[in-house]
Design a binder for this molecule. Structure first.
Ligand code: AMO
Length: 443
């Protein structure tokens, strides 16, 4: 990103007291012609006939520093540079610093395993992940994680403004809410426990407290398939709200939420988007909503693809995404009315064998499941039994439905999928700082 603007383009935050006397890279223009002290890391160094050019990275961006006759330590050394700010059209941000002194704050004793400024062009993905503790500092990865942080911040801000309360539910649990074989088992004081696959049952219980809740927390799936969209640990952005009439309200809420999250990223992450060459969808048009059976028929008729399984397979999702864009100018499409066999036990069943469960596809990949939930105990027991699950394993959860649970519903967004699809990253691993999968437990 050597030619881009300062990395952080959001509102200028209050400078902390520890910054006293130090100027941030993004503020250089304000100090034109004056002497400043910068602190940061050496991203790149170049030598041109005795004159050294550094690109210095701090929390706000990158700046070019010119030094002559001054020794420069290895890449990623933490340094303090003092010098004069000079306008320079070709430098990032339009200014450079002509240094009079460089002090090494913490010297790098080894060079980074890959050249961080060229991560996207040169490095092998496995190497990048193997050395993630250092490669996570690259301008590219930093931009991805910054956008993700903004998405999550905007998620909270939107929901806070609508009277939602943030909740914190256990990640060590006695039973899996989502079914399937992807539960991680944990030895819990000699007893068997599991890592939570989702906060599903607890967020529903918390509707009885606050009516409207959300959670942003990691969840765990022992995924066996090695795909570009599955992690063993991912950040689940969960929402649940009470006193709804149907799942349509839940979809309305998610549509407005995503519009707001995308608008925040567009407004506050301009430099990151430019550096990544990413475009945020406009979302002017309403998001199309299509029942699953119609979606399958449409994909078969229009594109000749017959989706396998009770769900939509990834190719059918991709084609449906294409249809949404071609016919509705939308990067998003809701798939609704999933059959009971394709949904977890807590999904509100309809008499026709379908449900009030939905998925949301973004650019042809599922980023959300959601729906209206069952709020009657006897129906929940029936649905558990139908799926060969043991109601006794869910005894505490089931009891809550004896205590006045209103009709409710919600959804969960996979934060890494959302980030990756928004930024054009093809593997969800690169949308998490330290991804976990079958092959990776470190760094
Ligand atoms: P679901 O199991 O569909 O639904 O998960 C919701 C969303 O989480 C993301 N996701 C994943 N991301 C990365 N790696 C994985 N292994 C992975 N698995 C899922 C996807 C998916 O759409 N309790 C329900 C949600 C609800 O109804 O509120 C649930 O967990 O983006």
């Amino acid at each position: 990103m050597t030619s881009s603007e300062a990395v952080g383009s959001g509102p200028t935050p209050i400078t902390s007291s520890s910054d006293a006397g130090r100027v941030l890279v993004r503020d250089l223009a304000r100090y034109d012609g004056r002497e400043v002290t910068l602190q940061g890391w050496i991203l790149t160094r170049r030598d041109l006939g005795g004159v050294r050019f550094l690109v210095l990275r701090d929390r706000s961006g990158v700046a070019q520093v010119v030094l002559s006759g001054i020794e420069v330590p290895l890449h990623e050394s933490a340094v303090r540079v003092t010098g004069t700010v000079v306008a320079h059209a070709k430098a990032p941000g339009g200014y450079e610093v002509r240094a009079s002194a460089l002090e090494t704050v913490s010297e790098a004793t080894a060079p980074p395993p890959v050249e961080l400024s060229k991560e996207d062009r040169t490095a092998n993905p496995d190497t990048l992940l193997a050395y993630r503790h250092v490669t996570v500092r690259s301008p590219r990865t930093r931009a991805v994680l910054k956008v993700q942080a903004e998405l999550v911040r905007a998620f909270r801000a939107f929901l806070d403004a609508r009277d939602f309360t943030e909740v914190y539910t256990p990640k060590l649990v006695s039973a899996g809410a989502e079914g399937g074989a992807n539960l991680f088992e944990v030895d819990y004081y000699g007893k068997r426990a599991y890592l939570a696959q989702s906060p599903q049952l607890y967020k529903q219980i918390m509707v009885g407290v606050f009516e409207r809740v959300y959670e942003t927390a990691p969840v765990y799936r022992a995924e066996k398939s090695h795909t570009s969209r599955h992690l063993a640990e991912y950040l689940s952005l969960d929402v649940e709200l009470g006193f709804i009439e149907s799942e349509a309200e839940v979809m309305d809420l998610e549509e407005a939420l995503l519009r707001s999250m995308f608008a925040s990223v567009r407004e506050r992450c301009g430099a990151e988007l430019a550096a990544l060459g990413a475009a945020v969808p406009a979302l002017d048009a309403p998001v199309p909503r299509l029942p699953l059976l119609e979606a399958r028929a449409l994909v078969a008729e229009r594109y000749g693809h017959v989706s396998g399984g009770k769900d939509l397979d990834p190719e059918a999702e991709r084609l449906l995404g294409r249809w949404a864009l071609e016919e509705h100018g939308s990067d998003l499409v809701f798939v609704t009315r999933f059959p009971q066999a394709a949904r977890p036990f807590y999904t509100y069943p309809e008499a026709d064998g379908l449900t009030r469960g939905f998925d949301l596809l973004f650019r042809g990949v599922e980023i959300t499941s959601g729906g209206q939930r069952v709020h009657r105990e006897e129906v929940l027991v029936e649905e558990l039994v139908k799926r060969g699950m043991e109601p006794a394993d869910f005894a505490d959860y089931l009891q809550v439905f004896r205590h006045g649970m209103p009709p409710h519903g919600g959804f969960a967004i996979g934060a890494e999928r959302l980030t990756a699809l928004l930024l054009g990253i093809t593997n969800v691993r690169f949308a998490r700082a330290f991804p976990r999968d079958e092959q990776r437990l470190r760094p």
